[in-house]
Design a protein around this ligand. Structure first.
Ligand SMILES: NC(=O)c1ccc[n+]([C@@H]2O[C@H](COP(=O)([O-])OP(=O)(O)OC[C@H]3O[C@@H](n4cnc5c(N)ncnc54)[C@H](O)[C@@H]3O)[C@@H](O)[C@H]2O)c1
Length: 338
């Protein structure tokens, strides 16, 4: 139990004030739309490093937008009335980004999270959600990843593992703030999340495939394509995040969040081509060519969803075909289904 418990403020869903870091990003912007729709007064901090202001176009008038690094902006909010909820989604996201700028990514993922948790603790102890990642599992032996499993990383000389370690430190910090300072925190380990507004230029596979399929260029599948992932629509993820913060039994806990329906990357490429009626072909690219500096990919990644199902009854509602069609529509500029 927390040693200095704060009663959760404003624990009734709806209304209130929420802070969303990374709110102009892919998942953040879908979340902000939901918070605004339920009548919450939303402040977004985003430095637009990977996010886009136009992601918030549908809620422009209902959101206060602060274009800034989150650590720099937080002190400017200290004199205001406390927030009821904080959703910390700002991070360096994507394999390519982490490999290209390990120092910036580590600092962005650890320092900013520490600042957000300190701010929350010192300013009213709002319910606080930290976006973590399935990368935290490292390279587990189990076929299905459960929250209490041991984690296993490669050596520190392999840059790739810095993302996993930084997100693991974020979780340790959030859990310690709950345990030792009474801050109501929830850690969410997101598995592969896809959907409209996700951009492909930082190595994300589905937008890369859809962009290629629309352009009629080859879909580049790394390795033998038999590695599998479970893809969940970011709008399903955004639907459930507020429900986790509304449930006090979730505080001080870690939750897997995603889909548990696996598909190989080769099958995903075929599915994208079929759904979009594309003339594209599939090109197998050796890992050494895709990542000349080396990259240790996981063969399979599948979450155990029992905990989040038990806590808030989470079930994804959108099919992969729906998501592929909506990602294509968004890339064509046809708008996004909420
Ligand atoms: N998309 C996935 O598959 C996935 C998987 C695991 C974890 N996550 C986590 O979910 C969260 C959201 O990811 P996303 O997929 O929406 O990516 P995203 O890149 O679209 O969103 C991140 C947002 O944070 C902003 N940002 C980054 N550093 C910032 C800083 N210091 N200050 C202010 N803003 C900053 C970016 O501009 C961007 O808008 C991240 O924490 C990420 O680690 C995502």
């Amino acid at each position: 139990m927390p040693k200095t418990p704060h009663p959760p403020r404003g624990s009734t869903p709806g209304g209130g004030r929420a802070l969303v870091t990374g709110g102009a990003g892919f998942i953040g912007s879908h979340l902000v739309e939901r918070l605004v729709a339920r009548g919450t007064d939303v402040t977004v901090i985003d430095d637009l490093s990977t996010g886009r202001r136009e992601n918030l176009a549908a809620v422009e008038s209902g959101v206060r937008f602060i274009e800034s690094d989150a650590s720099a902006a937080l002190p400017t909010l200290a004199s205001e009335a406390p927030f009821d909820e904080v959703y910390h989604l700002a991070a360096a996201v994507g394999v390519d980004l982490v490999l290209a700028d390990p120092i910036g990514s580590i600092e962005r993922n650890i320092d900013v999270t520490a600042d957000v948790l300190r701010f929350a603790h010192e300013h009213g102890a709002p319910r606080t959600l930290i976006a973590s990642s399935s990368e935290v599992y490292g390279k587990p032996g189990a076929a299905v990843f459960s929250e209490d499993d041991d984690v296993h990383y490669g050596p520190t000389t392999t840059t790739r593992w810095s993302y996993a370690c930084s997100k693991a430190i974020d979780e340790h910090l959030a859990l310690a703030y709950h345990e030792h300072r009474g801050l109501p925190t929830v850690c969410v380990r997101l598995f592969n999340t896809v959907g409209p507004r996700q951009v492909g230029r930082y190595g994300m596979v589905l937008p890369r495939f859809v962009e290629a399929a629309l352009a009629g260029t080859p879909l580049r599948v790394f390795g033998d394509g038999q590695q599998s992932r479970c893809f969940c629509d970011g709008r399903d993820v955004a639907d459930v995040l507020p429900r986790l913060l509304a449930e006090p039994a979730c505080f001080g806990r870690v939750f897997n969040l995603g889909s548990d329906a696996p598909i190989t990357i080769a099958e995903l490429a075929e599915r994208v081509i079929a759904v979009l009626g594309s003339s594209s072909t599939i090109e197998k690219v050796p890992y050494g060519d895709a990542y000349p500096g080396g990259f240790e990919d996981l063969r399979h990644r599948k979450p155990d969803l029992a905990r989040i199902r038990g806590a808030v009854g989470f079930e994804p509602t959108r099919t992969l075909e729906d998501t592929i069609r909506d990602v294509a529509a968004a890339i064509r500029g046809e708008g996004v289904t909420p």
